[in-house]
Design a binder for this molecule. Sequence first.
Ligand SMILES: [Zn+2]
Length: 130
Amino acid sequence: MGCPNCGGDELAFPVPDAVREFLPDDRPAATLCATCLWVSPADDAPDEYPDFTRVSGALPSDGETGAVVAVLLALLDRLVVHRADAEAVATEAERRGVDVLLVLDRLAADDGLDPHLDLARRRRQLEQLI
Ligand SMILES: [Zn+2]
């Protein structure tokens, strides 16, 4: 099964407890597309967090923290509807030592990606929230 948006390879990850309540879908896992950064809910959670740096060196090397950032990417895609949730997840990522605005800058600059969302625009919108 590939990404529903671009057909690319996906990375499956468990949704961290700390941010699960902020996702519109309450399934235990999700997948992140390694090409377009599309996030889909998934039923089967892998036992361990994957290495998100396989998607981009811009993502945190700590798997659980990477998963928090992936959840943020899911919410940024629908930021208008999920403002408060995105703000809460961004705050959780920052609490774990992630500079989320810098991560978005670096993802936008990563030539290995073809993001389906306008990262520069979402970054500006997020900057106004946090
Ligand atoms: Zn994709």
